[in-house]
Write a protein that binds this ligand. Sequence first.
Ligand SMILES: O=P(O)(O)OC[C@H]1O[C@](O)(COP(=O)(O)O)[C@@H](O)[C@@H]1O
Ligand SMILES: [Mg+2]
Ligand SMILES: [Mg+2]
Length: 347
Amino acid sequence: MMDKLTASVGTALDRFIAQKQEQFPYATGELSQLLRDIALASKIINREINRAGLAGIEGGAGAENVQGEAQQKLDMIADIRFTRALSKGGETCGIISEEVDGIIDTGNHHAKYIVTIDPLDGSSNIDVNVLVGTIFSIYRRRSPIGRPPTKEDMLQQGTEQVAAGYVLYGSSTMLVYSTGYGVNGFTYEPSLGEYFLSHPNMQCKEDGEIYSINEGGYNTFDEGLKEYITACKDREYSSRYIGSLVGDFHRNLLKGGIYIYPSTSKYKTGKLRLLYECNALAFLAEQSGAMATDGYQRILDIKPTEFHQRTPFYVGSPKMVEEAMSFLQGKKHKSVTAPPVNGVEVK
Ligand SMILES: O=P(O)(O)OC[C@H]1O[C@](O)(COP(=O)(O)O)[C@@H](O)[C@@H]1O
Ligand SMILES: [Mg+2]
Ligand SMILES: [Mg+2]
């Protein structure tokens, strides 16, 4: 059923969610409530981030997550806040979080949804006042209602997502999500404590001139990828890299561009996590006309086998992703122009 709703800019998130739900006669309101739970938790995190420097919640927490990464205090605060909001909200039966090894059983065994979440994305930017984010995916459980959540509930392909989104804690705070009927962005108005529609029906440009990749690992990149980066430089594309996936993705979604986190010698299968980073952004990408692959296949088609598995990530304007893939796969090479002869370029 095509979405007929064209909510106008300024519509409050609550109202937008209610209007959307009305469009689905069989909707029971659980997904709507879950989205509200996420929005609520993000408002609390937003407050914590804004005052982190004063509240002594910057810096490391002195612990490591399951991936051996040093956890920041705000990583853990965000994890606790989202887990609490989703557990109390009652619509989520199980959670996979970047900060927790196994399944978080919320105790809501009557609930039909599960959530995978990166509570705080861009952790390396927390203490330097550069934007960070939250990334989430929502799936229907596979196991029978009434039981605790299972591994099968958590390890679902990205195509099974019923909703996905991110929160951007930047110069303004935004919530961007999709329930499979387009991508909409809401800007937070702190004085009213509410999100309002500011970016309806977000569409990614088919092509762009921005490339986002951490070139620090350049020497260990695949030869094809090196050639693609050289081609971008030859064309004098802009290199932009915030180091917060959400921020780089959001910019390229609005302006056109490509974000790449490839396999490197340090991260042989890429750095980013399939379940709570790449699947969500791939869902949003495809909903906005962009493309998301691991360099060879569609991210949403990857069958997960582990909660914290990583994948290379190529996402953004479809023309750019396709070209990067053809370079990576050796199907395309940089055109070698011969030195000009008597000032005449020889192709
Ligand atoms: O510093 P690197 O290797 O370029 O990695 C940056 C990438 O890692 C991340 O910080 C990983 O996410 P977390 O901060 O949630 O662990 C991405 O946001 C970002 O794009
Ligand atoms: Mg992350
Ligand atoms: Mg994180």
